[in-house]
Every structure is written in C-alpha cells, then in structure tokens.
Design a protein around this ligand. Structure first.
Ligand code: SAM
Length: 288
C-alpha cells in the first residue's frame, strides 16, 4: 500500500485495495496536493467520476458516487429517530455527511474534523461543504474526535462516525474504548451510525468489532450498501442503539430528494451475506 495515489507522471491515480489489486483513475487535472500534519491530501479531476479526493492514497469521495455512501451512512439512523435534535459527525471533512444530516429537522449539527487542511481543500473543490457549513445549524470543530467527546458537555440524539480506515489518525476511532466513551455522550434513546469498511476485505476486523459492540449496545447491527469506488464496491456500516431497532421502526422519516436510500433499501440493507454468518459461527465454535 502507498500513501499517495498519484503516479510519478501525475496522469493517473491508483488506490491499492490489496497489495496486488485496486482501482485507477485517469487524472485529467491535478487540482490539489498537500501533505498536512495528519495525512497526504490529493484531489484530481477524472472524466467519469468528476472530482476525486484521496487521503493517504485511499479514495474518500468522488463527485459522481458520493451519494451512495453519504445517504447510507446518515439516513438509516436519522430516519429511525423520532426527534433527532442534536447530531454530531466525527470525521467527515468532505462535508457530504453534514449535507445529508441537514436535510432532517435537526436543531444543531456538529462536524468534528481533525484536519483543517481537509476542510480547506474540500471547501474549495466540493461546494456542498461550504454550503452546509453556512447553515446556521452547523458548527465546525477542528479537533480529534476522541478528545472532543471527552470534553463535550452535550448529549447527542444521533452520532455519525465518518472516519477514514483504521490507519493514521482514524485508528483510534475504531477501538472499543472510543465506542464506550461515545456511548456516554449519547442520549439513552440515541443512535450511532458508523462506517465499518468492506465486509469482504475486513471481515476479521468486523467480527472483532461485532463482539465488543454487541456487549456495549443492546442492538448492534451491520448494514450494507454499494459504493462503486470503494474497495470491492459494497460498503458496511454499524447501527448501534440501546432502544431503537432499525427493523422494528414503523414510520421511517425519510427526507425528500434522495437518490439511493428509501424504505425498501432500508429493510434490505440489514440482510447479511452467508459468509458473514459462517465465519461468525466458525469463530464461536473455535472459542468453545
Ligand atoms: N467516507 C470516507 C471513507 O471511508 O473513505 C471517510 C471520509 S472523511 C473525509 C474521513 C475524515 O476523518 C478525514 O477527513 C480525516 O481527517 C478525519 N479524521 C481522521 N481521524 C480523525 C479523528 N481522530 N478525529 C476527527 N476526524 C478524524
């Protein structure tokens, strides 16, 4: 794996999804390149996907397909909550999750992003970020999400964890300790939704996470959705709550104007593939 996506001739950007396979994008133009205090940031223009953001060589967002990821990360949790007034997003510096949160009648939405440079770059090249941040309900905090939750005095109805993969500054956002502390700032009927990586490439990590999340929350479910430019094209998310079962909610509050998420997708997305169950039961057999 390499930490930059652009090749030396700067005409192509590649993400290695495994050491020997991945995805490539022709770069019509290199729009932005910087090494921040936390990571390498690259934005290119591609003929099919439009603007593409890479952090440490990994695709984070593309103009053309970002809606799959941001709608599935945000709406299942918000649509299940009867009054999502206070919402916090941890990570999410490209602004797509914030834009989706603000479609709901929330009172206040915090965006807690560690890297000011990601915000600067995305404000320039992904106009929805600037628009979302100018909403009077939005508040930006440049801070480490783990530190922020230890000092905040707020309690949240919904928390969205829009972290990068468990490497670099995001590693801490995938641990048991982080989720245990996150639960302390969640209201009793609150919901957490978190991006959880690829169920195919990160199965071992999922199973480890499933076991500690299952002990921390009464309801800890995985759900899935497509993201064409993420590794293997299907992405996985955690839905965590002590009170709200996403499959038992009678009336989903779905905002108008979405392109992927709807009621049928909501129900279908909680179905798990057979290999997930098989691996889980093999693991529990080994433990006995
Ligand atoms: N959807 C993306 C993905 O999985 O590819 C994640 C997108 S979002 C750009 C991830 C953001 O999390 C990055 O901007 C990164 O700077 C931020 N981040 C990483 N570690 C963080 C931390 N400890 N606290 C707050 N933000 C963090």
């Amino acid at each position: 794996m390499k930490s930059k996506a652009l090749n030396s001739d700067r005409r192509e950007a590649r993400e290695y999804q495994t050491p020997s396979s991945g995805i490539f994008f022709r770069a019509r133009k290199v729009l932005y390149e910087k090494k921040s205090a936390f990571q390498s940031i690259e934005i290119i223009e591609n003929d099919f996907y439009g603007r593409v953001l890479f952090l440490d060589g990994l695709v984070q967002t593309t103009e053309k397909d970002e809606f799959f990821y941001h709608e599935m990360l945000v709406h299942p949790a918000l649509a299940c909550h009867s009054r999502p007034e206070k919402v916090m997003i941890i990570g999410g510096g490209d602004g797509g999750a914030l834009r989706e949160v603000l479609r709901h009648p929330v009172q206040k939405a915090w965006l807690v992003e560690i890297d000011q440079e990601v915000i600067r770059a995305c404000e320039k090249f992904f106009p929805w970020l600037e628009e979302a941040l100018s909403d009077p309900r939005a508040e930006l905090a440049i801070a480490d999400g783990f530190e922020f939750i230890q000092r905040t005095t707020e309690k949240f109805d919904v928390i969205i964890v829009d972290s990068s993969d468990p490497v670099g500054p995001s590693a801490i956002l995938h641990d048991r300790d982080f989720y245990a502390r996150l639960k302390k700032v969640l209201k009793p009927d609150g919901i957490i939704a978190a991006q959880a990586g690829s169920q195919w490439l990160h199965l071992e990590e999922h199973l480890k996470k499933a076991s500690f999340l299952g002990r921390l929350f009464k309801l800890a479910r995985f759900y899935f959705g497509p993201v064409p430019t993420y590794p293997v094209g299907t992405w996985c998310y955690n839905f965590l709550s002590d009170r709200i079962d996403p499959l038992a909610v009678k009336k989903l509050r779905i905002p108008a104007g979405l392109r992927y998420y709807n009621e049928e997708i909501h129900r279908a997305s909680f179905a798990l593939p057979a290999f997930f169950y098989n691996q889980k039961s093999q693991k529990s057999r080994k433990k006995k």
